[in-house]
Design a protein around this ligand. Structure first.
Ligand SMILES: NC(=O)c1ccc[n+]([C@@H]2O[C@H](COP(=O)([O-])OP(=O)(O)OC[C@H]3O[C@@H](n4cnc5c(N)ncnc54)[C@H](O)[C@@H]3O)[C@@H](O)[C@H]2O)c1
Ligand SMILES: [Zn+2]
Ligand SMILES: [Zn+2]
Length: 343
């Protein structure tokens, strides 16, 4: 089959590799769509902890089952599926205590040591495969993986009715966090981004308040109950944290560079009982992401701007870095790249 292979950091080839065959407890899927996100650029740049090269990237995938491992009897060839890329050791303290996303041997398909789905076919453990309805759009459903991360984020937020939310960043993650806020009881949602095209995307998915700076918010509101950083940018984090209302919560959803530090006032955190919470990938949230996606909890169409053929993977990665467009996808069986929404 044809596959994109990261042969070593900064080296990418489109090459012919052996077709994957399912081992016991595994299935092979024919890939329909794979989302590109910042994790792929980190893996390509050699910045993701523990990546083993060569590696086929791609962790936000959907497809159709084409082959079942000998002991897999609860799926059928032809089933449409979404893939949870996280695999864990099942033996460490965190796996045994229900915190498997903190597993010390956490492995993401297409991220660490197992091949991902930027290829015509992918081999996946049965436990990571989630069956979709026949009518679900398999291209749009590649948003289920990031949605599962967003739901994990919400599992760690207070989710009280009538609160006001401020989200930094209107990329895929900010748009998902903003869309879920009303479902968590939000009275209002405000999204901040420096990029006007991204703010337009936020409006298209139904966000009421979109701003290029939180300073432009209505005069009656300069603090929010829940503030979520979905940029990973230190300047955004430092701007965001002081805007948490007393008793409120700040969430680090974005991934800052590992060596970066941010400034905040420990006095303020003490005096106003500010909660600061992280959130890491997916924890028991993938199945719920399927349920929410299929229930129409998010607007997928305005979120996906470009679909690239496998041959144009390098171009997709470049375009992601440039911040042009919205969610970019690879469709490994497409013969040409197409623009779905104007940039
Ligand atoms: N916690 C998790 O499990 C998890 C999962 C997936 C992604 N992430 C992280 O979430 C973050 C967002 O992911 P994404 O795919 O939406 O990325 P993205 O790059 O598409 O979006 C980030 C947005 O932030 C905006 N931005 C940059 N600096 C800003 C600033 N100073 N103020 C306001 N906006 C600013 C950009 O214009 C962009 O629209 C990334 O750091 C990513 O690594 C975390
Ligand atoms: Zn991702
Ligand atoms: Zn473990």
């Amino acid at each position: 089959m044809r596959a994109v292979v990261f042969s070593s950091p900064h080296e990418l080839t489109l090459t012919e590799v052996d077709d994957p065959r399912p081992g016991p407890g595994e299935v092979v899927i024919k890939t329909a769509a794979v989302g590109i996100c910042g994790t792929d650029t980190h893996v390509f740049d050699g910045e993701f902890e523990g990546t083993v090269y060569p590696l086929i990237p791609g962790h936000e995938a959907t497809g159709t089952v084409v082959e079942l491992g000998e002991d897999v009897d609860d799926l059928a060839v032809g089933d449409p599926v979404a893939i949870n890329p996280s695999t864990t050791c099942g033996r460490c303290e965190f796996c045994l205590n229900g915190r498997a996303n903190l597993c010390r041997a956490w492995n993401g398909l297409g991220v660490v040591a197992s091949d991902g789905a930027s290829a015509e076919y992918a081999r996946v453990p049965r436990a990571n495969v989630f069956k979709l309805r026949a009518e679900t759009d398999l291209h749009q459903a590649a948003l289920i993986e990031p949605l599962a991360c967003a739901i994990r984020g919400y599992d760690l937020l207070p989710r009280r009715m009538g609160e006001h939310y401020l989200v930094y960043g209107a990329g895929t993650m900010g748009l998902l966090m903003a869309q879920l806020a009303p479902r968590a009881g939000a009275a209002s949602v405000t999204v901040v981004d420096l990029n006007e095209n991204r703010l337009q995307a936020a409006r298209e998915v139904g966000v009421q308040n979109t701003l290029t700076s939180a300073d432009e918010a209505d005069a009656d509101r300069d603090q929010w109950d829940v503030v979520i950083d979905c940029t990973g940018v230190i300047a955004a984090i430092e701007d965001a944290l002081p805007r948490v209302k007393a008793g409120g919560t700040f969430q680090h959803f974005g991934v800052a560079p590992a060596e970066a530090t941010a400034q905040y006032s420990p006095f303020r955190v003490y005096r106003d009982e500010i909660n600061i919470v992280g959130t890491m990938a997916v924890l028991n949230s993938f199945g719920r992401a399927v349920e929410m996606f299929e229930a129409g909890a998010i607007q997928p169409a305005p979120m996906i701007s470009h679909a690239f053929a496998l041959d144009d993977y390098a171009q997709a990665l470049e375009q992601f870095r440039a911040g042009t467009g919205r969610k970019l996808q690879i469709r490994p069986h497409a013969s040409e790249s197409v623009v779905l929404l104007p940039a």
